[in-house]
Write a protein that binds this ligand. Structure first.
Ligand code: FE
Length: 216
């Protein structure tokens, strides 16, 4: 899609160069999109809506299934801790920008927040397309300098005793936050649990939804 987050120069010493095929694909997508819009075949607003759907719904559903399984199946959680790439792959979620996954678990003592300080590295196979705020210089810098303030902006107020750890994604390693399982969900099956897991809760800028927050 026509994001311009790859226009900055990458720092090769930090392994932040994205695979060249990707740029090629992005260029092709961009060219195709311009052509389709220009010829009047597609409405840019409809395209935006499609992208939005992949950002917020279709993409993150994979990650939500990973989290729901981690909440339900101790053996899977253990596998996720040991080798997140393999555990996630076992559910069929694999592909570019997600080859080396690390799962970071929230607890009462610790909250995890994911950022890419240099560009917009993001675990595509489990979260889909990155939201636009994830790519902004403001988020990328403030997440590191003032993570608690960033969380507050997102409406998340954590106890002072909860430590916040910030994980800087790279081309090599992508992080998936495993949010805390909300109270009052005992006995829920994985599908129902997955409904509580928002995209932002897997980036760390939100908590999992409480059962009361679910639409009826
Ligand atoms: Fe990046």
């Amino acid at each position: 899609m026509a994001h311009d987050h790859h226009d900055h120069s990458h720092d090769h010493h930090h392994g932040h160069d994205h695979p060249s095929e990707l740029s090629e694909i992005e260029l092709r997508v961009r060219a195709l999109q311009s052509l389709l819009v220009e010829k009047g075949y597609v409405d840019p607003a409809a395209l935006d809506e499609l992208v939005e759907t992949y950002e917020t719904r279709i993409g993150p559903r994979n990650g939500a299934r990973v989290v729901a399984k981690a909440w339900s199946d101790p053996a899977f959680l253990e596998w996720l801790r040991r080798d997140a790439s393999a555990a996630i792959h076992s559910l069929g979620f694999t592909g570019r920008q997600g080859e080396h996954m690390v799962a970071v678990e929230n607890s009462q003592d610790e909250h995890n927040l994911v950022v890419c300080t240099l560009c917009s590295c993001y675990p595509w196979p489990v979260l889909g397309l990155p939201p636009s705020w994830y790519k902004t210089p403001a988020y990328r810098s403030r997440a590191v300098i003032d993570p608690r303030g960033v969380l507050r902006d997102f409406g998340v107020e954590l106890p002072e005793t909860t430590r916040i750890r910030v994980w800087d994604s790279t081309a090599e390693i992508r992080y998936l936050v495993i949010p805390r399982r909300p109270d009052g969900t005992e006995g829920w099956d994985e599908e129902r649990l997955a409904g509580l897991v928002s995209r932002d809760s897997m980036i760390g800028t939100a908590l999992a939804r409480r059962p009361a927050e679910m639409p009826a």
